[in-house]
Design a binder for this molecule. Structure first.
Ligand code: FE2
Length: 297
């Protein structure tokens, strides 16, 4: 049975879960995309939170940056510690092997220790480990909507502190030069975000706390804060909220950081893996995009 989403006319959108995650077929992301295709891609992305594209060619840095103007207002410049592509410093390379360990094997939202945090992430796996290395995403809108009404009402009022270096990451001190750690502490002071993110484009609520970067809930005793965060992290890991992706070479995933968390399974050490990544800035003007969402339904 064909489970295509019939609202999309310019390519095939096949949901991977109810209202979360979708395959997109019939789009070559290395090409210049016509405006109507771009428009439908943005709407599909906001509907499903994370899109997957298979059978793509290896993106050049320029092609990758061009996509950041489809799924946002261009490259986000708030993450200086990542390795850069030598042809274009707007493009990041996430490399892991026997010497360079991955630290993405915890649930997180990209760069939530910044404010504003990036809207989108566009990743292509360009060197795939022989086996393993899947990535999981969790729908934080669903995680919020499935909470009881009293809990949602409580969380709606709360604000949390996010920090690049926090108690969970102090083990980093063993992995990086102390000067790198000091630079991170200096350049990335803690920021605050609402515990429930009202998505600026869709207006829907979603939990916006994550295990890697959320440090405390404001105005709470540390015992209360730790207990509430532990409950929310446990809740957010319910399998019903999760989608797991097994990568094939050159697969591209595009996700909405204001609606999702992800976890990159680190079961492939010491194999070589390279992800090419661009994160994107929030759209400056999204009135048209809201109209497109209403028009497509
Ligand atoms: Fe990430």
């Amino acid at each position: 049975m064909d489970n295509s989403d019939s609202r999309f006319l310019r390519f095939r959108v096949a949901p991977r879960m109810p209202k979360f995650g979708a395959w997109v077929e019939g789009v070559d992301l290395a090409r210049d995309l016509p405006p109507d295709v771009q428009r439908e891609l943005r709407v599909a992305w906001l509907h499903y939170g994370v899109l997957f594209f298979r059978g793509q060619s290896k993106l050049t840095p320029q092609q990758h940056v061009a996509l950041s103007h489809v799924f946002g207002a261009g490259p986000y410049e708030g993450n200086p510690q990542f390795e850069r592509h030598k042809e274009n410093p707007q493009v990041e390379l996430l490399v892991s092997d026997a010497e360079r360990v991955s630290n993405s094997d915890q649930w997180h939202t990209d760069l939530s220790y910044n404010n504003p945090a990036p809207l989108g992430t566009i990743i292509q796996i360009q060197e795939k480990p022989p086996v393993g290395g899947n990535t999981a995403w969790a729908c934080m809108r669903k995680a919020y909507e499935w909470l009881s009404p009293p809990m949602r009402a409580c969380l709606d009022e709360l604000v949390a502190v996010h920090a690049h270096v926090n108690h969970r990451r102090l083990s980093w001190a063993n992995l990086v030069e102390p000067t790198v750690l000091i630079d991170i502490l200096r350049n990335d002071p803690p920021v605050k975000h609402p515990v429930v993110m009202r998505h600026p484009i869709t207006g829907t609520g979603g939990l916006y706390v994550n295990e890697l970067f959320t440090r405390d809930i404001c105005d709470m005793h540390p015992v209360e804060s730790a207990a509430l965060l532990a409950m929310l992290h446990r809740w957010s890991r319910l399998p019903e909220f999760q989608l797991h992706h097994e990568w094939q070479q050159n697969d591209i995933a595009v996700w909405d950081n204001y609606r999702t968390q992800h976890y990159a399974l680190y079961d492939y050490f010491p194999a070589y893996r390279v992800n090419q990544r661009v994160t994107t800035r929030m759209f400056e003007d999204f009135a048209q995009l809201k109209g497109d969402m209403n028009a497509i339904g």
